[in-house]
Design a protein around this ligand. Structure first.
Ligand SMILES: [Zn+2]
Ligand SMILES: [Zn+2]
Length: 120
């Protein structure tokens, strides 16, 4: 008996290959997400990046770069999450995080792992 994975968003069966590429959603939901990210562009201030980020390939002095909302699944609890453009700007320009250091956990799992909150 072969079980086809279901879209994590709308529960329609999806091909395993598709699920592997999209992170577990059908192409329709993935497309919707991609589309919604287009409206979230936030201008990046590259001069505020950390030195490590400036040494990365993404750094192009004089270029106009934008942050976009990024969708991902929490590695720990599998919750759907968004790393918003605003959060990215704060992470890379204020916290000076490395540019390719993306989020892998939702806020609550992140807090749990940091020990900042004992959880419920
Ligand atoms: Zn779907
Ligand atoms: Zn989580």
């Amino acid at each position: 008996m072969s079980t086809r994975p279901a879209c994590r968003n709308c529960q329609t069966p999806v091909l395993a290959l598709t699920a592997a590429v999209t992170g577990g959603v059908c192409l329709r939901c993935a497309g919707k997400w991609r589309h919604s990210t287009k409206h979230s562009a936030l201008l990046a201030d590259q001069s505020a990046w950390s030195d490590a980020s400036k040494r990365s390939r993404a750094y192009e002095p004089g270029a106009t770069l934008h942050y976009f909302d990024e969708f991902y699944w929490c590695k720990r609890c599998n919750a759907p999450c968004v790393f918003t453009a605003v959060q990215q700007k704060h992470a890379y320009e204020v916290e000076k995080r490395y540019l390719f250091q993306t989020r892998k956990h939702c806020d609550s799992c992140h807090a749990l792992m940091k020990g900042a909150s004992p959880g419920t």
